[in-house]
Ligand binder design. Structure first.
Ligand SMILES: Cc1cc2nc3c(=O)[nH]c(=O)nc-3n(C[C@H](O)[C@H](O)[C@H](O)COP(=O)(O)OP(=O)(O)OC[C@H]3O[C@@H](n4cnc5c(N)ncnc54)[C@H](O)[C@@H]3O)c2cc1C
Length: 510
């Protein structure tokens, strides 16, 4: 299984590539095209196909290539945006709706596993949230009361499953965990068995209206459908939602412990960014999976440093025998803390989107499947208003959020565009990269392990922000809207649809 970064996640281990059935495109008009083969696209495609819609799923790379291949797969009914915050911003009734639909989402996972007999190590687990100082404890009490009002099964607990000092802890009952790749591979097969069409290596590069339906341009030819869902994590092209979602990167390690003291639960501290923990067994071996050190995409000079900090933190509390896997991945945080699921703003009525999941996409992918299936197959959903992408919710911090996004471009131009001469460029160490200005041109340069130089234009093909180098995953990442590119400029992650322009180095030789 491939992923959009150089490091290997635990889910890629021993996971072969998914081989779909062969399909030749004709002029058939599908009911729905689902763009994006992550957990959201696959779950939604299957749900719609089962509801009687003839669906086609188009994935630019291979399924699981995006963040679904780099997740940690906690299944939660509580979110990064706490129920106390949701209640404050959206009211008690809406907090209850979030808790209700989150439970329905976790039930849908269980139903799918049962119906398709999927072996994906799914197990229900308690989820611990614990405080470590006075302020966190005050916040924890507020979260407890709001979660209870929202309808979560929750209680205080005087122990946590980690060797870490804490003051107070609450436990959410019936959370869960699973092997995400085994799960979505099985759903992809179920989708194809139900006559759904799945195309890999099929990037959708353009959409226009054609009569009463849509026509998509793709790497595999033209595709026609009556409705379109962007399950691309963030919609491609330029859209209002790019200014309402910010890209973040999070870091994960799967480690073996000397003392077998693996937590038999999910657990979270309350720092910002927070640490998250769980245990996973793969091929009969147990691993502690721990994550954290999140930052805004391309805002960290050396992303390897984030792994060093995470490892040091784990060493402090756990008897780590070996770091077996380490990887990082990207998520999108919405302005007001709830995802955007529904009609894509500024487009015809038959184009939908699901984005802004933060660190809760395992749950929100299934919320998407439920909501969009109801909306498309039955014309309405109980949850459509709550998650409406066209909502304008001026919450505290919105102005900062917008200002921060606007600042990004100026910051990166000021910080990185230093004048250097070509001989300094070639002094890059193998594996090192830099954005530089050379005789009026701005160049993103990368030196590979064999000393070969790779040069691209650093202006992101989305809306021209300047990309920064991600040392750990060996990619060019855009700080503004999260587009990501390989060292050679090939587009890896939406919203960009086009590669970075290649620059021929011979043209630069004095
Ligand atoms: C480190 C980390 C840990 C996380 N842990 C958890 C967790 O424990 N629990 C939880 O609930 N959530 C977690 N999340 C969030 C969750 O993993 C994501 O929200 C979720 O995987 C997103 O799935 P997706 O299908 O929407 O997007 P993706 O998995 O990113 O899939 C989108 C797909 O669309 C394809 N695509 C893009 N553009 C096009 C195009 N033009 N044409 C065709 N295809 C295209 C991409 O190739 C990609 O495969 C975590 C996130 C991170 C970063």
């Amino acid at each position: 299984m491939q992923r959009d970064g150089a490091l290997t996640s635990i889910w890629q281990h021993n996971m072969p590539e998914y081989i779909p059935q062969t399909h030749t495109l004709t002029d058939e008009v599908f009911d729905v095209i689902i763009v994006g083969g992550g957990i959201t696209g696959i779950t939604t495609a299957l749900q719609l196909q089962k509801a009687g819609k003839k669906c086609i799923l188009a994935e630019a790379h291979t399924i699981g290539f995006g963040t679904s291949g780099g997740t940690t797969a906690h299944l939660n009914t509580f979110m990064d945006n706490s129920y106390a915050q949701i209640e404050k911003d959206f009211g008690e009734d809406n907090a209850q709706l979030v808790a209700t639909v989150a439970r329905e989402a976790l039930d849908l996972v269980k139903k799918n596993i049962k119906e398709y007999n999927i072996e994906c190590e799914h197990s229900e687990q308690p989820g611990y949230l614990y405080s470590q100082d006075k302020n966190q404890t005050k916040e924890l009490d507020e979260i407890y009361h709001a979660s209870q009002k929202a309808g979560c099964e929750i209680h205080y607990e005087d122990k946590i499953p980690l060797p870490i000092d804490f003051i107070k802890a609450i436990v959410y009952e019936r959370q869960a965990q699973f092997h995400p790749a085994k799960y979505f591979y099985a759903l992809a097969k179920a989708f194809e068995d139900a006559d759904g069409v799945l195309l890999q290596g099929c990037r959708i590069t353009g959409v226009h209206e054609k009569g009463d339906h849509l026509e998509m341009e793709s790497h595999r030819g033209k595709i026609q459908a009556r409705q379109l869902i962007y399950a691309t994590h963030i919609p491609p092209g330029v859209n209002l939602l790019h200014f309402r979602c910010a890209p973040y990167r999070s870091y994960v390690m799967a480690v073996k412990l000397k003392d077998d003291n693996y937590p038999d639960a999910l657990a979270y501290d309350m720092y910002d960014p927070y640490h998250y923990y769980r245990t996973q067994e793969v091929d009969g071996k147990k691993y502690l999976i721990a994550g954290g050190e999140d930052h805004k995409t391309a805002h960290e000079g050396n992303t390897n440093e984030c792994f060093r900090k995470l490892e040091a933190y784990l060493m402090k509390y756990f008897k780590v025998e070996e770091v077996s896997f380490k990887w990082s991945s990207q998520y999108f945080q919405s302005t007001d803390g709830l995802p955007y699921i529904g009609h894509l703003p500024g487009t015809p009525d038959n184009i939908f989107v699901a984005t802004g999941f933060g660190g809760n996409g395992m749950t929100y992918s299934h919320v998407t499947a439920l909501l969009l299936t109801d909306l498309i197959a039955n014309g309405k959903s109980r949850y459509e208003k709550l998650f409406d992408p066209n909502r304008i919710k001026p919450v505290a911090g919105f102005e900062n959020f917008v200002r921060e996004a606007a600042d990004v471009v100026a910051k990166f131009i000021a910080d990185r565009f230093t004048n250097v001469k070509i001989h300094e460029l070639v002094e890059l160490a193998p594996g090192e990269a830099k954005v530089v200005k050379y005789e009026g041109d701005t160049i993103a340069l990368y030196k590979d392990e064999n000393g070969g130089l790779h040069a691209v234009n650093p202006a992101c093909t989305h809306i021209n922000c300047i990309v920064g180098w991600n040392t750990a995953e060996q990619t060019w990442d855009c700080p503004c809207h999260g587009s990501r590119f390989s060292m050679d400029g090939k587009v890896l992650t939406a919203p960009a649809r086009k590669d970075l322009e290649k620059i021929s180095l011979t043209d630069l030789t004095p």
